[in-house]
Design a protein around this ligand. Structure first.
Ligand SMILES: C[S@@+](CC[C@H](N)C(=O)[O-])C[C@H]1O[C@@H](n2cnc3c(N)ncnc32)[C@H](O)[C@@H]1O
Length: 197
């Protein structure tokens, strides 16, 4: 965990410059699929917010909904704060969330899920903090093969792999999520689960 945290603290400085200009529009399109989720949620959690790429886009879709931007890397959060003044920033590890049970109406993990060291434990912690009927969305704006190729290219992240669609579905069901849907296609990876308990 420490090696990962240190890795992302260092990456913060170069993260935005390394993203393709087309990414913003891809993210906008993907987020628009869940407009009902953003609008109906009283509070949104962005897990592994990084430099806050999603924050202005979420704001476009749900202008009045409060957002908590969470990351374990402080340098990432500093940049997210510069990007979006109105979100609440929280430095925390997804495996030990400093939030009470049933806090969020929607939780999004964009490009962060593969990095969670204990994925079943992280899912169970995320589910704990979702309200009844709340939705978890695991999103990647590129396909699984590309995500995994990028992660394999670095010594620190080489084991941080996105599971197959079938494996992801099983993980969500085992964590107790309902209405599970997974799209593992050439353009993106999306997994959604609803908390009913
Ligand atoms: C690849 S970056 C993606 C950032 C952002 N979501 C984006 O799409 O631009 C992954 C982020 O997840 C964070 N992260 C990884 N593991 C985490 C954990 N266990 N708890 C909290 N944040 C974590 C990292 O610090 C990093 O900022």
């Amino acid at each position: 965990m420490r090696a990962h945290q240190a890795f992302f603290e260092r990456l913060a400085e170069e993260w935005d410059a390394a993203q393709s200009p087309a990414r913003q529009e891809r993210l906008r399109q993907l987020l628009s699929r869940f407009d009902n989720v953003w609008k109906e949620s009283p509070l949104i959690l962005d897990v592994g917010t990084g430099t806050g790429a999603l924050l202005p886009l979420l704001r476009e879709r749900a202008a009045l909904t409060p957002i908590v931007a969470m990351d374990f890397a402080y340098a990432m959060l500093q940049r997210a704060r510069e990007r979006e003044r109105f979100a609440l920033m929280a430095q925390a590890d997804v495996h030990h969330l400093p939030f009470p049970a049933r806090t969020f109406g929607a939780i999004i993990c964009h490009s962060s899920f593969p990095h969670f060291a204990d994925k079943p434990a992280a899912l169970s912690e995320l589910k704990r903090t979702l309200r009844i009927g709340g939705r978890l969305i695991v999103m990647h704006d590129i396909c699984r093969e590309r995500v995994n190729a990028i992660h394999r290219s670095s010594a620190v992240t080489r084991c941080d792999l996105l599971p197959t669609g079938a494996e992801m579905e099983q993980m969500l069901l085992q964590a107790g999520f309902c209405e599970v849907q997974v799209q593992d296609c050439q353009a993106h990876f999306l997994a959604v689960g609803v908390s009913h308990v």
